[in-house]
Write a protein that binds this ligand. Sequence first.
Ligand SMILES: NC(=O)c1ccc[n+]([C@@H]2O[C@H](COP(=O)([O-])OP(=O)(O)OC[C@H]3O[C@@H](n4cnc5c(N)ncnc54)[C@H](O)[C@@H]3O)[C@@H](O)[C@H]2O)c1
Length: 335
Amino acid sequence: MTDSPISPENPKNTKKLLVTGGAGYVGGVVAAHLLAAGHRVTVLDDLSTGVREGVPEGAEFVEARVQDAAKVLDSSYDAVLHFAASSQVAESVAAPEKYWRNNVAGTMELLAAMREAAVRTLVFSSTAAVYGEPVTVPITESAATAPTNPYGASKLAVDHMITGECAAHGLAAVSLRYFNVAGAFGRHGERHDPESHLIPLVLQVAQGRRSEVAIFGDDYPTPDGTCVRDYIHVADLAEAHLLALDAAGSGEHLVCNLGNGSGFSVREVIDTVREVTGHPIPAAVRPRRAGDPAVLVASAEQARTRLGWQPRRTDLAEIVRDAWMFTQSLGEGDA
Ligand SMILES: NC(=O)c1ccc[n+]([C@@H]2O[C@H](COP(=O)([O-])OP(=O)(O)OC[C@H]3O[C@@H](n4cnc5c(N)ncnc54)[C@H](O)[C@@H]3O)[C@@H](O)[C@H]2O)c1
């Protein structure tokens, strides 16, 4: 690992960092937090789903694929934060080859470039999707991994690849398994195309861009019969990445779930959007979707003990308010 000791030349122990996927939702918010902490940031992104305006001011931007990271990385970098990936579950079922190529082969090339440049610290965006249907909740990192779609399988394959890289080549790595990332940070918010995440979908109804929201199943064994998910504010998530930069030792692959530790049901989300936006939000109950577990909630105990991380924006109304402000800031053509 290239160390950046606290010294007269580097009084704040700032680092030079490569952020892949930093023009996207999560990567953009994390890059903004890294810059605010005084780090130097290069964003590498092919703009396949991200946007140029998503790259925060102050970051150097290189429009390139993660597969070409070797053209950018050299030994002056201290670490890589790797967000670049394809992440649509339905697309991964329809075109799994895209997920193996972009997520798995892409990360293999990135790890090779890091080895070549002697950059020995990695923070990787993993996902709750690696667990599949949980046997017990809250879900800990030792839960069985049985992804139910190629997206989750591709992320799990990368996690295994990183474990081997740490053991064989002394990489220090942290995989952060996000649950449902939500909310916004300034001008950085969610805009997936097609949108499949619940909060932005419900906000599209409030904006008049969708006539109603579908509730897939209201007969689950949960307090109101609808599915319960763990929503984590994107700014809380960003703080975990800063802590993760120093969390693993050489040869260690640390895995941490990131969630609030408490869940909200689909109906609670819809009710909160009604309160925040003042819109009635018509909702229609539809049949359950295959493979939708009743409850997905993280145990964030490992992140607390190993990273010293504590989510601070756990109020659903705050998460929805921030997302709503971002949604309203988008022009028609941006959405
Ligand atoms: N948003 C969530 O709820 C969530 C949950 C769990 C995990 N994740 C993971 O977090 C990461 C970021 O997700 P997001 O929601 O910000 O998605 P996003 O689509 O907004 O961001 C991904 C970024 O990576 C870029 N990219 C994709 N493939 C690339 C490649 N081969 N080379 C260079 N750039 C490439 C895209 O242009 C985009 O800017 C992903 O790895 C995703 O799997 C997200």
